[in-house]
Design a binder for this molecule. Structure first.
Ligand code: ADP
Ligand code: MG
Length: 436
């Protein structure tokens, strides 16, 4: 249960059973009956796929600066029970949108034609059809479908329930259409690209590509180092980095502040524009070029200061300083993990938070309270994660201190008069796959 704010992940059996139950309620029989053969080919049975939410360890507001980020896949997953149709009708049900069946015809889907949560789902089908056309293949391989969803990924907590939904559908459609893309990392990069197009062009949310890459390409026990330079070969833009916390008696505690702030979209656009203007002023394509240049110098901090002096105002200087130092912190954190020292990454997490709070100005009262309380209670490091202005924070904690740190955060929220937070344990987990 959700005792004291804990948000449990589900076993795949449980998740599959839940998705099938939603399917049965919306569209009729989903499971083989007692006398039926329990075979995957059984006409009454519906297969189930799952895809995880994600949390970013470090590398915030770096993706649109062609930088680096380091997400892991959560054990919390979105489950989709899906049955292809012979026509191009799509019917959708979700436990998170009770009492409503979302319907459209795939042939009508294009940017601007659909709205609501179903747009994340049909957007993926639309993008996969586009991929087939680009390959000179028949787009009709992607048919209509009936699908039912249930999810243990919290909504709007910055843990990417949207990508979990898209990517569960991506692997489902890949499977039922026999495309075989999920079988290779390169194919998964293609599925990620389709999911990103679904979110940007059909759902209309202007996000980077970290979430979908993590959901489709992260591995259990690993963090995914993503290089966001456009034009990189997609296979070469992702690397696995060992992140087995269990083995060293550590856990990653996620605090969902359950706080949403207004003006988030405008703030995001403003940060992006400031970074792009600064790169132009410095004669660069992206701030990544400055980060790479600074990293090769004997005195990186001094080299950064020289570049910052060329910028017109203090706000631009602080924004750029965040991006450049954050890309450096991703590199430093990855080096520690590769060196087998996950227990040593706390100070980098703390520095990331300070930079996001003071230089990039995207933290919030709730995030600062969570981070401070976790550290006081013994966390090795803590930071906000995701875009900011609400959402979630992460804390690296010794396994035997998890409850004490969660208690301390809960108490601090009460003391500050904030609403009760949620808690998750972020064990680095497996990517999107078929589960039943
Ligand atoms: P986040 O991805 O951080 O959780 P977003 O705002 O990007 O937040 O995505 C949340 C939206 O994604 C929801 O408002 C809903 O439209 C859609 N969504 C995600 N998961 C589900 C689900 N299980 N059922 C229905 N809609 C979902
Ligand atoms: Mg999202």
């Amino acid at each position: 249960g959700a005792a004291r704010g804990w948000v449990p992940s589900w076993s795949d059996d449980d998740g599959a059973a839940r998705a099938r139950a939603v399917f049965a309620a919306a569209f009729g029989k989903a499971d083989p009956g007692p006398g039926d053969e329990p075979s995957g080919d059984h006409p009454g049975e519906v297969d189930v796929w799952a895809a995880p939410g994600r949390v970013n360890l470090i590398g915030e507001h770096t993706d649109y600066n062609a930088g680096l980020c380091l997400p892991i896949a959560l054990p919390h997953r979105t489950y989709v029970a899906l049955r292809p149709r012979t026509d191009s009708v799509v019917r959708l049900a979700s436990a998170q949108a009770p009492g409503e069946t979302w319907t459209t015809t795939l042939d009508d889907v294009a940017p601007g034609t659909v709205a609501g949560w179903g747009s994340y789902v049909v957007g993926v089908a639309w993008a996969l059809r586009g991929h087939l056309v680009a390959q000179g293949a028949d787009p009709a391989a992607i048919t209509g479908f009936d699908a039912a969803v249930d999810s243990s990924v919290p909504f709007g907590a910055g843990l990417s329930s949207s990508a979990a939904l898209e990517c569960s559908v991506a692997v489902a459609l890949d499977d039922v259409a026999g495309l075989g893309l999920a079988a290779t990392d390169g194919g998964r990069a293609t599925l990620a690209a389709a999911s990103i197009r679904a979110e940007n062009e059909i759902a209309g949310a202007p996000t980077g590509g970290m979430d979908q890459s993590a959901s489709l390409r992260a591995q259990a026990g690993q963090a995914l180092l993503l290089d966001c330079r456009p034009g990189l070969d997609p296979v070469e833009s992702a690397e696995q980095v060992p992140f087995d916390l269990d083995a060293v008696g550590l856990a990653l505690l996620v605090v969902d502040t359950r706080a949403e702030h207004q003006l988030v979209d405008g703030q995001y656009a403003a940060r992006r524009a400031t970074c792009e203007d600064a790169a132009r002023t410095l004669g660069l394509d992206s701030l990544r070029e400055l980060a790479d240049d600074v990293a090769t110098r004997d005195d990186p901090a001094g080299a950064l200061d020289v570049a910052l002096e060329k910028l017109p105002d203090d706000v631009a200087r602080r924004r750029v300083r965040h991006v450049v130092t954050e890309i450096g912190r991703v590199r430093d954190l990855v080096a520690l993990l590769r060196d087998g020292r996950p227990d040593a990454v706390g100070p980098l997490m703390n520095a990331s938070h300070a930079s996001l709070r003071d230089d990039y100005e995207v933290s919030s009262v709730e995030l600062d309270v969570a981070v401070d309380a976790a550290r006081v209670a013994g966390a090795l490091g803590a930071r906000m994660t995701g875009g900011g202005f609400g959402g979630s924070a992460i804390a690296l904690v010794r396994t035997d201190q998890v409850e004490a740190v969660a208690d301390a955060v809960r108490t601090a929220f009460e003391r500050e008069g904030l609403g009760a937070p949620g808690f998750l344990l972020a064990t680095p987990s497996a990517p999107a796959e078929r589960v039943a």
